[in-house]
Ligand binder design. Structure first.
Ligand SMILES: [Cu+2]
Length: 484
């Protein structure tokens, strides 16, 4: 488990973005970066109330700390406008006022978020009210309450972590070949012979996990991005896209050693998601792999032996009548004026056989809308991110209906400074894991959200909304808004 930085007594958090050296494989050092350590950062434990944050940048590139999942005003949100120069510091005086949740923090310096998160600039937040025992939830850190940052990485033959982007990596999102959990390869989690809580954080740049237990025992979903559900939901599979968090309970009471597995990434492979993703996005058995092995440790205390029947989370129930509607299209450029290099048109490129427009691509619903109009590179509604342009002006205290479209591939869509309710997905009721409050959701076609805007953001420090495939975000699949 990562070290814990407990702010519940001090009400302050000090972070330094720093260089490190990490031996993912024995004897093969990779230069990495992290917050307060060489790779990733501590688990920051915080409680509602005032929290002062001080962030120092000891790197030679600009960084930020974006509190992904914390509802704080734009000036404290750590978006691209809050970039901290090398050697400089940034402070935020926040009021945390939201239900308990597992959140995420990471750098958000525009154009280099992908490379720097990949190199290690990310960590997990536990927002707690200290009442998990009353809820009957496991809460012993590292014993029956495990925090798991899921990442996939590539390594060269010498065992050093690499990040060399091909055009296909940019298009489909960069996926690795080696599973890394909390910065460790071949990790094994020791668990008590009882109910264990897994706080799953997808900290990968692009990989979409379809998680399941190796013997198909249920994972009982108790919390989504925004916090607890009203009742646990038993899931056989759980899709977790980059930036999403899910807390599940797994009962190891039978004492058997099992593993957390994942199906293949639906965005990868010759046809990307098309055909497979739009109707059935369930397990892709042929490409499944182990995420994490569990080993029962009889010496660990069994504190919880049953999944609670109820929780006390408030489910979203937003009023969608008479609200403003926006259509948000997550666009990938192709065609004339698309800014793609000539390589995109050749064999294996976007337009060639086996490329994204290859045979089969048109078998399903095919392209529609702006995809065919030959517009620019990665963008939203046809426009790449522009730090000097405010895309939306949203009223503070309002609810809006956002209809988010992914004309191709599946994109995890994240909104800063707000939580939302997933209302419809591809014309159907939302997936079970999307029923709670969310700040990030995988959009596979058309997803309708009701978004609640209760935190302000000025034009100087607007809130971002973007694809959380970091290679897409860095290349412009992002917009920004004021809330006032
Ligand atoms: Cu994307």
């Amino acid at each position: 488990m990562p070290p814990v930085l407990d702010t519940t007594e001090t009400d302050r958090v000090d972070l330094t973005a720093q260089f490190g050296s990490t031996d993912f494989f024995d004897g093969a050092a990779t230069r990495t970066i992290g917050y307060n350590q060489g790779y990733l950062g501590p688990v920051i434990r915080m409680a509602p109330g005032g929290l002062g944050a001080q962030v120092r940048n000891a790197l030679d590139v600009p960084v930020t700390v974006h509190w992904h999942g914390l509802l704080v005003p734009g000036e404290h949100d750590g978006g691209p406008q809050a970039a901290i120069r090398s050697g400089a510091s940034w402070s935020a005086n926040m009021q945390i006022d939201q239900p308990p949740a597992t959140a995420f923090y990471h750098t958000h310096a525009h154009g280099r978020t992908a490379s720097d998160v990949y190199a290690g600039l990310a960590g997990v937040i536990h927002l707690t009210d200290g009442r998990d025992d009353d809820r009957g939830l496991p809460s012993a850190y590292g014993v029956d309450d495990l925090t798991l940052v899921l990442q996939d990485r590539r390594f060269d033959t010498g065992g050093r972590m690499t990040y060399d982007l091909s055009m296909m990596d940019v298009m489909h999102g960069f996926v690795g070949e080696v599973m890394v959990v909390n910065g460790q390869i071949d990790a094994v989690a020791a668990v008590p012979k009882g109910v264990t809580r897994l706080r799953l954080v997808n900290g990968s740049n692009a990989r979409i996990y379809t998680l399941f237990m190796s013997d198909d025992r249920p994972m009982h979903l108790v919390a989504t991005d925004g916090g607890f559900l009203d009742v646990p939901i038993a899931l056989e599979t759980l899709i977790l896209s980059p930036g999403e968090r899910a807390e599940v309970l797994v009962d190891f009471g039978d004492g058997r050693s099992v593993a957390l597995m994942s199906g293949g990434d639906p965005n990868q492979g010759p046809m990307g998601m098309m055909g497979r993703m739009r109707g059935v996005i369930n397990r892709v058995i042929d490409r499944s792999f182990t995420v994490l092995d569990f080993a029962i440790d009889d010496t660990l205390p069994v504190r919880i032996d049953a999944v609670p029947d109820t929780l006390d989370g408030a489910m979203p129930d937003l009023d969608g009548t008479d609200v403003r509607t926006r259509r948000v299209s997550l666009d990938m450029g192709m065609g004339p004026g698309g800014g793609m290099g000539p390589g995109m048109m050749g064999p294996g490129g976007m337009m060639g056989p086996g490329g994204m427009m290859g045979r089969g691509m048109m078998d399903g619903e095919g392209f529609r809308g702006p995809m065919m109009s030959g517009m620019g590179v990665f963008g939203i509604n046809g426009r790449p991110y522009d730090m000097d342009r405010i895309d939306y002006e949203v009223g503070l205290g309002t609810t809006e209906r956002w209809i988010v479209e992914s004309p191709m591939l599946a994109h995890p869509f994240h909104i800063h400074g707000a939580m939302f309710q997933v209302v419809r997905e591809d014309g159907r009721a939302p997936r079970p894991e999307h029923r709670g409050w969310k700040d990030t959701v995988l959009v596979t076609g058309e997803t309708e959200l009701l978004v609640r805007f209760d935190r302000p953001a000025s034009a100087d420090f607007p809130f971002m909304f973007h694809c959380h495939i970091l290679e897409h975000e860095d290349r412009g699949m992002m917009g920004q808004m004021t809330v006032s």
